[in-house]
Design a protein around this ligand. Structure first.
Ligand code: ATP
Length: 273
């Protein structure tokens, strides 16, 4: 059985309103929403609707969120799977999962398939760093290529895939008719951070001294996921101190804590550097 998570159209409540900043990326994916909603308009004129769109950018910048919002805006089901879920030790499992995922998706079309960390299966063939597991990964990649070529552009299935390593992807994946479009999702600038704070401060009871712009100036280099984390940590810190509302002091502590967490994570990822 496929390990894909399936969300019905009724449960796709994420919309573009939930995605702060990323204005250019949103504009680009708006086209995808229209492809899903009005595919006939395009195919009647002989247009070929893209099958695959690659979302490229660092972790935590909202790629998954944006993909969900595309499904939410179009009112279609969302199938989600991580590239690493395809990679198994057992021969043939990855390829079978790919086939299964596409079979399910075609039955529910129009719909979105979202593949997070596509680089886990899409690394260029013959250059892998993990001996032994390579053939199996190549099989999985091949079956993904076969599935992508096997459905028509009018099938109503659009695949969004996310990566922060477009440079390692096999060029076969990027060829016309596959992931031939790329949208870059960058870390937010100060204005983007302010917008993201506005979204994530929404459910939080903040002191009236709290100003999203000021918070944005205090968080250079943070991705959206980290800003969301700051808001939640600040609320927890304030609550533990029995405060009636979250104030700037709590936010400053939360920012320190999130920076600390990031430093630890970096140490684990790159030992000895
Ligand atoms: P990864 O590559 O690590 O999977 P990602 O780019 O897919 O990361 P998301 O999973 O979409 O990032 O983001 C994690 C969470 O961070 C979101 O669920 C959301 O709460 C928050 N977030 C990230 N970016 C934004 C944004 N632009 N606007 C609002 N919230 C955001």
């Amino acid at each position: 059985k496929s390990k894909a998570q399936m969300f019905d159209a009724d449960h796709m409540k994420v919309t573009f309103k939930d995605v702060a900043g990323l204005d250019e990326a949103k504009e680009e994916v708006e086209e995808v929403v229209d492809f899903l909603k009005n595919s006939k308009k395009y195919t009647d004129l002989g247009g070929k609707i893209p099958k695959g769109v690659l979302l490229v950018g660092p972790p935590g910048t909202g790629k998954t969120l944006l993909a969900k919002a595309v499904a939410g805006e179009a009112g279609v089901p969302f199938f989600s799977m991580s590239g690493s879920d395809f990679v198994e030790m057992f021969v043939g499992v990855g390829a079978a999962r790919v086939r299964d995922l596409f079979k399910q998706a075609k039955e529910k079309a129009p719909c979105i398939i979202f593949i997070d960390e596509i680089d886990a299966i899409g690394r260029s063939r013959g250059k892998g760093s993990m001996p032994g597991s390579n053939d199996e990964r190549e099989n999985t990649l091949n079956s993904l290529l076969v599935e992508m070529d096997g459905f028509g552009t009018d099938s109503g299935v659009i695949i969004l895939a996310a990566t922060n390593r477009p440079d390692v992807l096999d060029s076969a994946l990027l060829r016309a008719g596959r992931f031939d479009r790329q949208i870059s999702i960058d870390k937010p600038d100060i204005n983007g951070r302010e917008q993201i704070f506005k979204v994530h401060l929404g459910p939080i009871k903040v002191d009236k001294s709290i100003n999203p712009k000021e918070l944005a100036t205090q968080t250079p280099g943070f991705a959206g996921a980290e800003l969301a984390n700051v808001c939640n940590e600040a609320a927890l810190i304030a609550a533990r101190n029995n405060k009636p509302a979250v104030d700037m002091d709590d936010f400053m502590q939360a920012i320190d804590r999130v920076i600390g967490g990031l430093e630890k994570k970096n140490k684990i990822i790159s030992p000895g550097e």
